[in-house]
Design a protein around this ligand. Structure first.
Ligand code: SF4
Length: 317
């Protein structure tokens, strides 16, 4: 089959480095920022510095993104990482063409501070360029403990735009976290990083998503994460029930069969029919998360500050 578009670019991408079982490649990109068409999400734009993610979470829904490049083995997503070729001037111009006040989520299909970032510093360079723009709202979602490296740059971006750092901590149980998110830092390390960002005056929150039936859905588990988030200085806590797309089930179900055989039939039966865990589970998670939030002393609603006053009215460009 003749490859076209992004699949052709992926096949021709020059090898940057091969490390253990992971290959890094550079890939050209036309635009860095993508319009998000889902009206249920709290952002209109997404920005992913990399394609693929080495953290390799068993439940990762973003594996489908590699299928666009004709990379169809589920493990390719965590084994073959593409760093997007970067041009700071063009990138800043792209930001300036977004409406003032626009919300941009960084890290919806990859972790922007995954191990590749140590070397390639793409996210750092993007945040430097963002600091030269004004008036938008940026949300970084990460499981990494690397971003304290960039506190100076992040603080610069937060002076001209609104910026939130959302750390994902699904469980405080380090062994369960290692099983579910094999190459991500331990939960305590993620919270220490969040503490450093909060201490530097950045707005931070903790998300315990995804909440997975029988694994991290107990009230006790959610309470532990919420309490630890509070102690680390987070300003908000939240979590959503898991949605398992087929690309994620292909990894999650074999993992459960090996590590949690009693849970596997339930997941297999349910998620072969639907990506949603069902209304009853979603409602139960919402109730437990609300209780955990209240017990830990968080406000009910997320209230990330607006972009700095007086800059919102400037014309983009
Ligand atoms: S950190 Fe996020 S993008 Fe990376 S593997 Fe885990 S869920 Fe997927």
């Amino acid at each position: 089959m003749a490859l076209v578009g992004i699949a052709k670019l992926a096949a021709a991408a020059p090898l940057l480095e091969e490390k253990r079982r992971v290959e890094y490649r550079e890939i050209a990109t036309g635009r860095w920022i993508t319009r998000c068409s889902n009206p249920n999400l709290p952002f209109e734009w997404t920005l992913n510095p990399y394609r693929g993610c080495e953290f390799g979470c068993k439940y990762c829904y973003a594996r489908y993104a590699h299928e666009f490049m004709e990379l169809r083995e589920p493990e390719d997503f965590e084994r073959l990482i593409f760093a997007k070729a970067f041009d700071a001037r063009r990138f800043a111009a792209e930001i300036r063409h977004l409406p003032v006040g626009a919300s941009i989520a960084i890290g919806t299909a990859t972790d922007p501070y995954q191990p590749a970032e140590r070397r390639y510093q793409l996210t750092r360079r993007m945040m430097q360029a963002i600091a030269s723009t004004e008036g938008r709202r940026f949300h970084i979602t990460t499981k990494s403990d690397l971003y304290p490296r960039d506190l100076d740059v992040l603080a610069g971006a937060a002076r001209t735009n609104a910026l939130g750092i959302h750390a994902t901590v699904t469980t405080m149980d380090a062994e369960l976290a290692r099983q579910l998110e094999p190459l991500a830092p331990r939960p305590d390390l993620r919270l220490a990083a969040l503490g450093a960002a909060a201490g530097a005056g950045l707005w931070t929150s903790v998300m315990a998503s995804p909440v997975l039936p029988g694994l991290n859905d107990s009230q006790e588990s959610l309470d532990r994460v919420a309490q630890a988030a509070r102690e680390a200085g987070a300003r908000w806590f939240g979590a959503h029930a898991v949605f398992l797309r087929p690309c994620a089930s292909q990894v999650m179900i074999p993992f459960l069969k090996a590590a949690y055989p009693a849970l596997a039939p339930h997941y297999e039966r349910h998620f072969s029919r639907s990506t949603s865990p069902g209304q009853e589970f979603v409602a139960r998670v919402r109730e437990r998360v609300g209780r955990a939030r209240e017990r830990a002393g968080f406000p009910e609603r997320e209230a990330m500050p607006e972009a700095p006053e007086g800059r919102q009215m400037r014309l983009p460009g």
